[in-house]
Each structure stands twice: as structure tokens, then as C-alpha cells.
Ligand binder design. Sequence first.
Ligand SMILES: CC(C)(COP(=O)(O)OP(=O)(O)OC[C@H]1O[C@@H](n2cnc3c(N)ncnc32)[C@H](O)[C@@H]1OP(=O)(O)O)[C@@H](O)C(=O)NCCC(=O)NCCS
Length: 247
Amino acid sequence: MPNCRLWVAEDRTCKDASESAHDQRLAETLLTNRDRDRWSRYRPLEKKRQFLSSRLVTKAVLNSEFGTNSANLFVDTMESGRPMLVDSRGRQVASISLSHTGNMTAIALSDIRYDLGVDIETVQQMNARAFGLSFINRSEYDQLMKEALTEDPNAILAIWTLKEAFWKALGGPQDTPLGNIVVEYRNASLNIDDACMTRKGKPLATQFFGHGYSFPGGLSNYSSLNVPESEISAFVGCVVLVDTELV
Ligand SMILES: CC(C)(COP(=O)(O)OP(=O)(O)OC[C@H]1O[C@@H](n2cnc3c(N)ncnc32)[C@H](O)[C@@H]1OP(=O)(O)O)[C@@H](O)C(=O)NCCC(=O)NCCS
């Protein structure tokens, strides 16, 4: 993908059931005032941990990406929930998107010229038809049904991650429910349909990633990640890069 870096991390530390002084200290040092306030209000504890763990991982990623300069970089959160990577003067230094599932965190980074979104989901047993009906629109459903994708949990999950990633890349607009985002499956590639372009940006690239995952009929824009001894047997995710100058 042009100008885009993806990191996937798994927290394998054993956590007991109570909040520790260590968590408190981490929150004090890692989080901006706004994010510390969010963190303190998170319930249940698992969600609270997930949030803190994602910020800890992000710090390590920023250290790898920006070296010593990373000491002055912070992930802050806009009112909409969109994360922003800023320096100590509050200036945006790169585009960032985050997603969590279980003890995993996906972090995507790109140049500020692009907006991007990432989503990661654990592969699980589910009623594909019922889940699909909650976010796939009628015309899209007919097209996907022809490819026999609507009955397959893995296919439905990939479509969900694509829509979520695109939704995040657009900044999570209230006026764009997932049902209004249309995907197409053509030449073994799953993408956002050009017909649902908004004035907010044009998808430039879509890349799926996963582990222990397969898509019915194959997915040419998919990369398999090697995650040895993962506690999660299978996951799938998607990154969408949007060019804000190509609208
Ligand atoms: C907000 C939402 C994307 C979170 O998804 P999720 O699967 O629960 O959680 P994920 O871990 O994948 O994503 C959470 C991250 O999304 C990011 N996010 C939240 N709001 C965002 C926004 N407006 N723009 C971009 N990114 C956003 C944040 O980084 C958040 O992580 P953080 O709180 O640690 O910073 C999702 O709940 C949502 O509302 N999706 C849109 C659904 C929709 O349109 N529904 C309408 C009816 S179909």
C-alpha cells in the first residue's frame, strides 16, 4: 500500500481481575489529559485495559517509526472519536487509525495527505445472514449473493472490516451509516464501490490482512500475517487509504 504502515500487536501479559497501581502509573505517563479522562470512565475493566494496552503499543510503534522524536508525539482523540497523532504543539504529524479486538491492537499510519482507517476482528462462529442484514444494503446484497458470499461468516466479516475501515477513514461521519457504504467483489478483489464516493475522499487502496483466515473464492488484496503462538486462532482486518486531494 502506498505511504501506509500497518502494525498488529498482541498483549500476552497475564492480567489479574483488579486494576493495578501499574495501570494507574501508565495512564499518568502515557495518556493526554483528554484520553486519561476517557480511560478513567471506561467500563468494564477489560475495555479499560484494552484502551491502555493500545496506547502502550502505539508508543512502541511511534518509537520504531520516529525514533527519539517520538518522545514529543501524542495520540489525542477528537470529539468524534477519531484519533490524531500530534506533536507537543498540537500539530498533526501523521494520519493514524486504531482498532482493537480481544488482546490485539491494529495501528495504521500514513502521511497527513491521506486519511486512513483500520479495523480488525476475531474470526468467530456467527449467523452470517443475520449479521450481514444489519449492515449490507439491498442492492449490494443481491450482488454479493450471486457470488455466494452472504452465507459465509468469513466473507461477511471481511465486508464488515472494509466498511468499518472506510468509515473510520472518513472520520466516522454521523451521516454515513455502514449501510450507505457499498462494497463490490470483482476479479477476486473486495473494494469500496466507486458509486458510493463521498465528497470527503476517494479510496486509493484497500488491503486486507489476517491470520488463520480464508475468504471463499480467494481475495487478491489480502496478505497473510505470521503470528506465532497467538492466543487468537484467527483474525481478519482491513486498511483503507483515502486520498483527500482526489475528491
Ligand atoms: C466507533 C466504531 C468504529 C468502533 O468500532 P469497534 O469495532 O467497536 O472498535 P474498534 O476497536 O475497531 O475501533 C475503535 C477505534 O476507532 C477509532 N474511532 C472512533 N471513532 C472514530 C471516528 N469518528 N473516526 C475515526 N476513527 C474513530 C478510535 O481510534 C477507537 O479506538 P480508541 O477509542 O482506542 O481511540 C464503531 O462502533 C462504529 O460506530 N462504527 C460505525 C457504525 C455505524 O455506522 N453504525 C451505524 C449503523 S449501521
